[in-house]
Ligand binder design. Structure first.
Ligand SMILES: Cc1cc2nc3c(=O)[nH]c(=O)nc-3n(C[C@H](O)[C@H](O)[C@H](O)COP(=O)(O)OP(=O)(O)OC[C@H]3O[C@@H](n4cnc5c(N)ncnc54)[C@H](O)[C@@H]3O)c2cc1C
Length: 664
């Protein structure tokens, strides 16, 4: 069964990366469907899988196929459930079953022997796909396969902010005096401290004096081993008397409602936790893994089936996770009320996602509904917050469309000055004041004299270019701005295409220039650059430049991009300074800020704090230039343009290096 890496073949029909519970379940299903016959199969797993490290429980009727298939290794079953010291309830016709992980691994070992499956005691490093061939990399050796079933978490789930974990410490105990009811499984007993989370005891009695007693915590922070052992000792002593500790069990299950990112590569199927089988609100996965295995082996052949959750139940799970994350102390009253108002049988069916919508509404009405409504509000906000800024930008241009000033003024009214000034102070300048944190110009993330010196030196050639050849200065400024705008957007929208990102930014800038033809020429005049020749139908040309991106954004389902394009299209309704200012501050600067935040993993407050020295410096420069020097308005606009161009150059260098380093 085990083989050394030297003797491994170059190709197998099927490879399992990881010998997890999901692998065991799938192998059993394949064996049942004769799908392993005459197949070369390899399992790559660094552990030996003898340990009894987990207990797998699930509920089903005895007529269900899952029970029939696993009956031979089910070691215990319970017919009643108890919550706290409430009255125990029958769950008939369901029963709650228990399988020891060691029995599950052992039964798989029998299948492995029977089918001459090879086990390689190594770690999978990565999986490559070359010319549509799957290649599993072990110890820098590539092993190709026709099918890959993977239970290793290669893919990180989408980073959902409302993810917590279910962590637990369990004692297998023997009581001095019999006092467990061997037919009653205690699902949740909240008579323990909550510690700013949702904590309960779970008891699986094996007989009248032996049981697994587990302290479980739903929370952001994982359970503390020492504290929970004290809690467990106290709970068992208080409710069941003296006991002897036989074994300990510990574990962590992710409670993450973000949809698992499935790869789209043919014949590569993620299974188990990686395949999205864990129900986020409970941590149960066994039945989902079984259902997944049945679908993979449907019709007596292997199918590329990817596990999908029902969206209604996914939404309920997300609401519960929002509550457990934001208001962790509300978990206890919610669960207690649930079991007081609904039968345990109903609750198990609900967890199995088999209830009707009408029943679910009735159930929610019996629960503390206010907290669920708050959670719905948070859910809506978290789903749509990315569209808030684009939405307000679109609203602004629709409400304040300015037909009079259009095409003939680069000047702003007081309200416009307020909007742009406020935006520049809160987002525009701060987003460029964090370049030291990128650690690109210098390896330290503090502002030093050396850093400022290099920064200023980088600005000098741009300044000289503007002085000597303003047209070249402008062209150069446009090129590196397009590079930077496009790169920032595409990193945020997770699209990898440098040429396209550049073309996108170029098109949007040209759209703005062409739809504000006269204003653009006014600015050129202020910069001492000859105006661009009059062209026919500038608006139509502008539209032709942007429309392909609109269709492409819909094709890619990048709704953030689509919203931004809608803003750009509508920006023709306001003057050029406003159109570009809104885009630059409330779109580009915000995106750059969010990209930095995501990779540096620091709070908004800390970012503002770190940006403060540069912000103050920039404001001082502004003051000297625009107030103290008493220039005319048109001179100020020209200076501002040049200043922006000079200061952007080192910023763009820093951000490009940062993106290349951190967004690979
Ligand atoms: C303590 C515990 C108790 C649970 N109890 C229940 C329960 O009662 N009922 C229920 O429905 N669910 C339960 N679950 C949830 C779920 O059923 C289990 O987590 C289950 O083990 C998930 O199966 P899996 O195949 O995804 O991963 P795992 O069983 O965790 O297997 C992953 C395997 O991948 C291997 N691996 C990791 N990295 C590599 C690598 N680079 N190369 C090769 N192999 C690698 C690991 O060694 C491991 O063997 C429990 C979970 C835990 C942690």
């Amino acid at each position: 069964m085990y083989i050394e890496i030297k003797k491994i073949n170059n190709h197998y029909d099927i490879i399992f990366s990881g010998w997890g519970a999901s692998t065991c379940i799938l192998l059993k299903q394949m064996n049942k469907n004769n799908l392993l016959e005459n197949k070369s199969v390899l399992i790559v797993e660094p552990e030996y899988k003898f340990e009894n490290d987990k207990t797998f429980c699930f509920w089903a009727e005895e007529s269900d196929q899952i029970y029939i298939d696993y009956n031979s290794i089910i070691s215990n079953k319970w017919e009643e459930i108890q919550i706290n010291d409430f009255k125990k309830q029958s769950i008939s016709p369901l029963k709650y079953f228990h399988i020891s992980s060691s029995d599950l691994y052992k039964s798989t070992r029998d299948i492995i022997k029977k089918n001459n499956i090879i086990v390689l005691n190594e770690k999978v490093k990565k999986v490559n796909v070359e010319n549509n061939i799957l290649k599993v990399n072990v110890n820098n050796q590539n092993i190709s396969c026709d099918w890959l079933f993977n239970c290793i978490p290669f893919f990180k789930n989408k980073n959902d902010e409302f993810n917590i974990s279910q962590s637990f410490i369990g004692f297998k105990v023997r009581l001095k005096e019999n006092s467990f009811s061997s037919k009653v499984y205690r699902m949740m007993d909240f008579r323990v401290s909550q510690n700013n989370a949702t904590q309960f005891i779970y008891i699986l009695p094996y007989n009248d004096n032996e049981a697994l007693v587990e302290l479980t915590r739903f929370g952001k922070l994982k359970i503390d081993e020492n504290e929970s052992e004290i809690e467990l000792n106290q709970f068992i002593n208080t409710h069941f008397g003296d006991f002897e500790l036989i074994e300990k069990e510990r574990g962590v299950i992710p409670m993450d409602s973000s949809i698992v990112q499935q790869n789209k590569i043919k014949n590569w199927v993620n299974i188990g936790t990686s395949g999205g089988s864990v129900k986020p609100s409970t941590g149960y996965a066994f039945k989902n893994m079984y259902d997944h295995a049945v679908k993979i082996c449907k019709n007596g052949r292997l199918n590329n089936f990817r596990f999908k959750r029902k969206s209604r139940f996914l939404f309920y799970d997300q609401l519960l996770l929002i509550i457990l994350t934001l208001w962790p102390n509300r978990g206890k009253p919610i669960f207690e009320k649930l079991f007081q108002t609904r039968s345990s049988y109903f609750v198990l069916n609900f967890l199995d996602e088999k209830t009707t919508f009408k029943d679910e509404i009735r159930m929610f009405l019996n629960l503390p509904i206010g907290i669920f409504l708050k959670a719905v509000f948070v859910w809506i906000y978290s789903r749509f917050k990315h569209f808030l800024f684009p939405f307000f930008m679109i609203l602004y241009v629709l409400i304040f469309q300015d037909n009079q000033s259009i095409y003939n003024s680069v000047l702003l009214n007081d309200f416009e000055v307020f909007i742009l000034g406020f935006g520049l102070l809160t987002i525009g300048i701060p987003h460029g004041a964090l370049d030291h944190l990128t650690e690109t110009i210098l390896p330290s993330n503090t502002i030093s004299i050396k850093f400022i010196f290099i920064y200023l030196i980088l600005m000098v050639p741009i300044f000289l270019l503007w002085l000597w050849y303003p047209l070249l200065g402008l062209i150069f400024f446009l090129i590196y701005s397009c590079w930077h705008f496009g790169q920032t957007d595409f990193k945020n929208w997770k699209i990898e295409n440098n040429l396209l990102s550049f073309l996108w930014a170029l098109s949007l800038l040209f759209y703005m220039f062409l739809t504000h033809y006269n204003e653009f020429n006014d600015i050129l005049k202020l910069l001492n650059i000859s105006s661009i020749p009059i062209i026919k139908y500038p608006n139509i040309i502008a539209l032709i430049l942007v429309l392909p991106f609109l269709f492409y954004s819909v094709y890619l389902r990048k709704w953030n991009w689509l919203f931004c394009i809608i803003f750009v299209l509508l920006s023709a309704l306001v003057n050029l300074t406003m159109a570009f200012g809104l885009y630059f501050i409330f779109h580009h600067s915000r995106m750059g800020w969010l990209n930095l935040k995501q990779k540096l993993k620091i709070s908004h407050f800390k970012m503002f704090w770190k940006a403060l020295p540069f912000n103050v410096g920039a404001l001082l420069l502004f003051w000297i230039f625009f107030v103290e020097m008493n220039n005319s308005i048109s001179e100020n606009i020209a200076y501002f343009f040049m200043f922006l161009s000079c200061i952007s150059f080192p910023h763009i260098i820093c951000m490009t290096m940062f993106y290349n380093k951190k967004f690979k």
